[in-house]
Design a protein around this ligand. Structure first.
Ligand code: 5BU
Length: 268
């Protein structure tokens, strides 16, 4: 299966341009760590990301949780974040979880105050509306003139979520309809039944050393469990790092754990 191939090898053959770029970054920086920068102060986010930049392949944002005082401060933030992405060689993933008909998500992705398509290399979408959501987002991605990729939500980390199992399989079927734009999935492990020549990048949120959960339904798996045992590619870590007194030291623990789990997997 493709999960036994190295990120270097997959970077040569991934069907999407964003997939090739991300896998190249992962291989060269030796990191499959994505930080979820869930702070509400824009300057705190930028300071944190500048510190963690060398350790990560990807930064995940929720642009709509950030406290912006003026419309121009949104553009200032996305411009500064893009500059950090260039400086440290990582990509940006806006965790927007689009969930409407194609026509509406196209507006949401292109416009409004956030103009997500203009600065975010990767975004994600629910499969609930059907394949029109992929077509709508892809039409906007084509307008941008720079590579853009989409992750489909096949399974969430939270207690009682309706994903996984048959839902995940249907999500994979839907993704097969657009192999140029859909980079992979949000899930807790590799997708079953990948066909010859398929390569889906799987990213897993809900990761914390020590496991556990929070008071609102989040459930945590360890880097070894999602990457080593279950074949996911990228670990997404929020509070495990961003609430730490020493984020750089803790991010390094996650990078080493997730990278070590990957190295063991491909050596097996
Ligand atoms: P945490 O602090 O590591 O629990 O943050 C997890 C982040 O990932 C947070 O931004 C969530 O919105 C996001 N997330 C998630 O936790 N679970 C999911 O299934 C998906 C996203 Br999709």
């Amino acid at each position: 299966s493709y999960t036994m191939r190295t990120y270097e090898a997959r970077a040569e053959t991934h069907p999407t341009e964003i997939g090739r770029r991300l896998l190249t970054i992962m291989a060269s920086k030796k990191t499959n760590l994505c930080i979820s920068a869930d702070l509400t102060d824009p300057s705190q986010i930028l300071a944190l990301v500048d510190k963690l930049g060398p350790q990560i392949c990807l930064v995940k944002t929720h642009i709509d949780i950030i406290t912006f005082t003026t419309p121009s401060s949104i553009t200032d933030f996305t411009t500064a974040l893009s500059a950090l992405a260039t400086k440290h060689n990582f990509l940006i993933f806006e965790d927007r979880k689009f969930a409407d008909i194609g026509s509406t998500v196209a507006h949401q992705y292109r416009g409004g105050v956030y103009r997500i398509a203009s600065w975010s290399h990767i975004t994600n979408a629910h499969t609930v509306p059907g394949p029109g959501i992929i077509a709508g987002l892809h039409s906007v991605a084509k307008e941008v003139g720079e590579p853009r990729g989409l992750l489909m939500l096949g399974e969430m980390s939270s207690e009682g979520n309706l994903g996984g199992g048959e839902y995940l399989q249907k999500t994979v079927e839907m993704a097969r309809g657009d192999r140029e734009f859909v980079v992979g999935f949000i899930a807790q492990g590799k997708v079953d039944g990948a066909k010859e020549g398929e390569d889906w990048i799987v990213m897993s949120p809900g990761v914390k050393l020590g496991g556990g959960g929070d008071a609102l339904g989040q459930r945590y798996n360890t880097p070894q469990s999602v990457v080593g045992d279950k074949g996911s590619d990228v670990v997404i870590v929020g509070r495990g790092v961003i609430m730490s007194e020493d984020p750089v030291t803790d991010a390094e623990k996650y990078r080493v754990a997730a990278w070590g789990a990957y190295e063991k997997r491909v050596a097996a």
